[in-house]
Design a protein around this ligand. Sequence first.
Ligand code: KG4
Ligand code: ZN
Length: 361
Amino acid sequence: MPILLYGTQGFLGYDAPPMRILGLETSCDETGVAVFDTDAGLLAHALHSQVDLHAVYGGVVPEIASRDHIRMLLPLVDRVLEAADGGRPDAVAYTAGPGLVGALMVAGGLANGLALAWSCPVIAVHHMEGHLMAPMLEEEPPAMPFLALLVSGGHSLLVSVCKFGDYEVLGTTLDDAAGEAFDKTAKLLGLPYPGGPALAELAESGDPASYALPRPMIRRPGFDLSFSGLKTAVMLKVKEAAASGRLEQERANIAASFQAAVVDTLVTRTLQAAESVQAQRIVVAGGVGANLSLRENLRHRFAGDVYYPRIEFCTDNAAMIAAVGAIRLSQAEPAGEISARARWSLETLTTPLADNIELGN
Ligand code: KG4
Ligand code: ZN
């Protein structure tokens, strides 16, 4: 099968026949399906969250995740194809990593099976590149270059994006990811999984200045992050409050102080990185990007423009995977081999198209 080299009209800015890409996402605990048309944009998308299945365990159980993806993926594909007028896709894009290998195999297996049946190629998409490009689905997408803060349950990354496929990771977390820190702290405060949204809600009724918590790493050179020390500091405050019988009345204050410390740390590090690469635009993506306090703080403290995906595309979804598939059509391959990678550096990706292709403008 020949390697395809298609561009698109609206999306990439040059003439080519419109193409339809089916996107599949099963890297963690959300089953996502979307259809992206290179001419008309996003045609349909659907998401099934496994949150209720994992909540009793306080975190994602990989085997349960894989089994539920198997149960849900095909019915969702049927639904989304129908919502997108039932047309047969020209290519199937799937998240090939990083993520839980068993869970990744579900989308990888179905993508290859469908592509064989439809005689179309497959595109193995990097999950974090999906998050990076999620703001491109909005009406006013950012022009490149930009600095991206990618903060999710599994990753905290500061990435300098020169152009599509050309990424330099400026900083990463040395221990817990930002979302993981939210989830673990929420658990300490007796909040349900996933903790981020629940903790953010509780924080609204608390005083962020009531506890002095550390802002880890912000005076160190470089742009790395670390959240395990902060988590330990919160644990001590929770224990002290419990020992003095004041935990119930202090929960909101602890949540607000913790959120303020994470947000201040993320924003300070992001501004330092932005200054070093002289970024005029910042993109915030990943599940923690849904945090309103983070959004507000960054908007106040950064002189340039800040871009976010809509809230539902901050967390895992297949729309971003189908969109990256559209841009990477030139790298589509014949179906046959499932790619599933637990770890995969963004910096190993390449630019799929000519230099003059820019997204957004
Ligand atoms: O990107 P995502 O859906 O999945 C991963 O790829 O990890 O991110 C999920 C993470 C969870 O840790 C969740 O607690 C966090 O994003 N999160 C939030 C908020 N909404 C989701 N954290 C803080 N504030 C929120 N509003
Ligand atoms: Zn994600």
